[in-house]
Design a protein around this ligand. Sequence first.
Ligand SMILES: Cc1ncc(COP(=O)(O)O)c(C=O)c1O
Length: 472
Amino acid sequence: MALHTGRQESHDGKGGHRVSVNPFLGAANPEVGMVTAPPKHRMPSGPMPADTAYQIVRDELMLDGNARLNLATFVTTWMEPQANLLMAESVDKNMIDKDEYPQTAELERRCVAMLADLWNAPDPAGVVGCSTTGSSEACMLAGMALKRRWMRKNAERYAAGARPNLVMGVNVQVCWEKFCNFWEVEARTVPMEGDRYHLDAASAVALCDEDTIGVVAILGSTFDGSYEPVWDICAALDEYQASTGHDIPVHVDGASGAMVAPFLDPELRWDFRQPRVASINTSGHKYGLVYPGVGWALWRDRDALPEELVFKVNYLGGEMPTFALNFSRPGAEVVAQYYTFLRLGRDGYRAVQQTSRDIAVSLARRIEAMGVFRMISRGEELPVFAFTTEDDVTAFNVFDVSRRLRERGWLVPAYTFPENRTDLAVLRIVCRNGFSSDLADLLVDDLARLLPELQAQSGPLHASGDPSGFHH
Ligand SMILES: Cc1ncc(COP(=O)(O)O)c(C=O)c1O
């Protein structure tokens, strides 16, 4: 979460900001509203009517962007009313209270079993897994398991000062940088090179050594939606093991793709069919189609998750193993995940993801046909694509396009790629359930309408350092 400071300096010099309240917001007596002016940065000294408080908060939230027009996020922004109802009905359940809410715990267990099956675990009964607040927590847990396994195997060398490292592409999501920072693991990142925007097998293996706790492969990359070649990376690590003796496990960060590839690309062998894949995470709240925050982490078997990391909580008179960073956590998202699995089934998920991919591919084609944009990807893997301006476009840049689209409510982020392609700035569009082909048509219309104005500029108006800065 953002780190916030305390009370802000007041603009009026009279002791801080106040919320101004419209008289109509008073519960029964309009006058109440006129005299209610609660402070913003100090807890009010007394209560106010619930309707008034509701309206004040609701009014402020109007300034947020419209979530359905947010093409920056991978996170679910639409669920059907039945799911909303179930979530509202289970919002009071604490996921950690397994003994008090045993059926919610049972639904979580069933979700893990369904994912083990979906990800082709050779022995689904041997898989261990848990829900999390999202992929970030899931990645932390997976990283901790990798580190602990390495520490066990290298106890003496670790005690003597050996420093564990984790190999990954520079395009990893920020959660992996956090993992390395928080758990004191050296981050070994493979830079982008030319038109290679993600990790490849040869560059991954080149960074491995006896202190490598694992390789992270992403399905797919946040930067452009492309799948990293998990199968090639695993094969290259097999060869590496044959020549060096170092057995390096792979973690697949399937934050988005682990809920896309099983339905749309079943022939891709990215999952537990690869013996080297020790663990996989996904975000239930991305292409799992549930509101934030729920994620999942699964380990191939008990050997992949060291027992000493597991804590036990009471459950129906016995004990239930748990692995989590948080203690208390809402149960509603897990309930909603189970609902969605049940509601859609494999065919339903396939239909939803195929629609998103079809929309992405067709939208990418239409944007390319405008003649001023060069595609970095085309929505053919994750339903996500990135594009930049053609070399001969000098009147505007991607940051201008992002700003102008925002005037119509579209949130399309523009950002610069990492090393060694910091010269490349792109726009990225994430197509997800709820972004219909009608909405895609409207976006194309808006972009087409803006282009003549952008082309009439004498040069770009916004640079990459603008505060619209986008973080992965
Ligand atoms: C590849 C990848 N890993 C991890 C994350 C973090 O996921 P979450 O937002 O669920 O914590 C993301 C988020 O976009 C991602 O794309």
